[in-house]
Design a protein around this ligand. Structure first.
Ligand SMILES: [Fe+2]
Length: 418
């Protein structure tokens, strides 16, 4: 039977009879298609198609409700399960719409962290409930669109590293926990731990934190106290979840016992400690800092994979690579065709073939009107990625493109640093 359904009802196994759109306005070559995986469904959502015709004789029917009733009744008995189902039911929002919201959440988080640092330095009480609200907003944003908030990680401001690092690690941790299909309460707890993970650094002199040269042994000793100092700050707050304290105290512990402050080995490190040790190192190595330019995510992930058996939880690292993609959303890449492109959607099944926005033609040395391209689509070999590129070097304002307000195409690029 042919019937019209909402795209949010689609599930793998449904056969598309007709997209109800012109060929160019949907992501596939043919107008009828078996939806084999969730990846196909995500691609349809990317094109902002609201309704679609399906053939129930050639594939599965859609579910009458996204969540079966028996799961709901079970959920009412169980708060964690209910939270998990609520997360699944949030409406999906297009990337360009969610980016504006994501920028606001990020601003709010930056203001909070600035205030928090002041309060702690001055010995004033601070309000951890505001942090919980911000983390809730981050999780809501990631649920509406898994890429928008995460894409802002790639936008660097080396002078604001200290503020941005804790916010980035909270966002990356929340996104990773969602990928691991945790319930809302667990995601929130670990993301809060991540937001507070380096709080103890506030108690260390700024000259040591921002030192350009190698640390002396004394500096190192002082720096290595930050997990303990952070623990003291948060443990003084009433009702702080033990898992948040574990993240703060254990995010520099390593699986082979080489970490600090206690040199714990793998059996002794909590799940939160293992989790945030990965997201912390990933952000630290990919970010531009005052005296150090960040490395491309692909290289950082490759390094983390190499050391994963000794330093990190190897299974978690593998999951992390799958979740973040080797060319993350918001990063700039060079294509074999000579175009520069911004990654706008990672492909979980083919990490080297994301959806990108072509923005610059290096053959003609000019910006171009942006054009969306799915590198996983057939016939796209010319446009395969040859490597990461620096947006700063090419004078490309990624935020403008992400918000759907691209810079106008120019006849030539005036940036001379490339
Ligand atoms: Fe740290």
């Amino acid at each position: 039977m042919i019937k019209k359904v909402k795209t949010e009802q689609l599930r793998p196994g449904v056969f598309i009879h007709d997209f109800g759109k012109k060929w160019l306005d949907h992501p596939f070559i043919t107008n009828s298609k078996m939806l084999a995986t969730q990846w196909h469904i995500e691609r349809i959502r990317e094109y902002n198609i609201k309704e679609i015709y399906i053939d129930t004789n050639r594939g599965l029917d859609v579910l009458s409700a996204p969540i079966p009733l028996n799961e709901w009744s079970e959920a009412f008995e169980n708060k964690k399960a209910r939270d998990k189902l609520l997360l699944k039911r949030k409406e999906w929002v297009p990337f360009e719409t969610e980016v504006a919201q994501a920028l606001e959440i990020r601003d709010k988080a930056q203001n909070y962290i600035r205030q928090l640092i002041d309060d702690i330095k001055m010995g004033r009480d601070f309000d951890p409930d505001v942090a919980a609200e911000i983390v809730d907003e981050m999780i809501d944003s990631l649920t509406r669109n898994g890429d928008a908030l995460l894409s802002l990680i790639s936008i660097q401001n080396k002078d604001e590293y200290t503020f941005n690092h804790s916010i980035n690690v909270a966002i990356i941790t929340a996104a990773f926990c969602r990928y691991l299909e945790m319930n809302a309460e667990d995601i929130k707890t670990f993301a809060l731990g991540a937001l507070f993970h380096d709080l103890g650094k506030i108690k260390i002199p700024i000259e040591v934190i921002t030192k350009p040269d190698d640390f002396t042994q004394e500096d190192m000793k002082l720096m290595q106290r930050h997990p303990e100092l952070g623990l003291e700050i948060l443990a003084a707050q009433p009702n702080t979840d033990q898992r948040i304290l574990d993240v703060i105290y254990e995010h520099h512990e390593r699986m082979d016992g080489s970490g600090y402050p206690r040199g714990l080995n793998e059996d002794q490190i909590s799940f939160g400690g293992r989790l945030v040790s990965i997201t912390d190192v990933y952000d630290a190595l990919t970010s531009d800092r005052p005296y150090h330019d960040g490395d491309p995510p692909k290289n950082v992930l490759s390094y983390m994979f190499k050391v994963s058996s000794s330093a990190f939880d190897a299974i978690l690292v593998q999951q992390f690579i799958q979740s973040i993609g080797i060319y993350p959303v918001g990063s700039l890449v060079r294509l074999q065709s000579g175009f520069l492109a911004i990654v706008v959607k990672t492909a979980k099944e083919e990490l080297t073939k994301p959806v990108v926005l072509l923005v610059y033609d290096t053959n003609r040395d000019r910006k171009i009107s942006p054009r969306r391209l799915d590198l996983a689509a057939p016939g796209g070999t010319l446009h395969q990625i040859s490597g990461p590129e620096s947006a700063v070097k090419w004078g490309i304002d990624i935020v403008h493109y992400m918000k759907g307000t691209p810079e106008p195409a120019e006849n030539s690029n005036k940036n001379e640093n490339k």
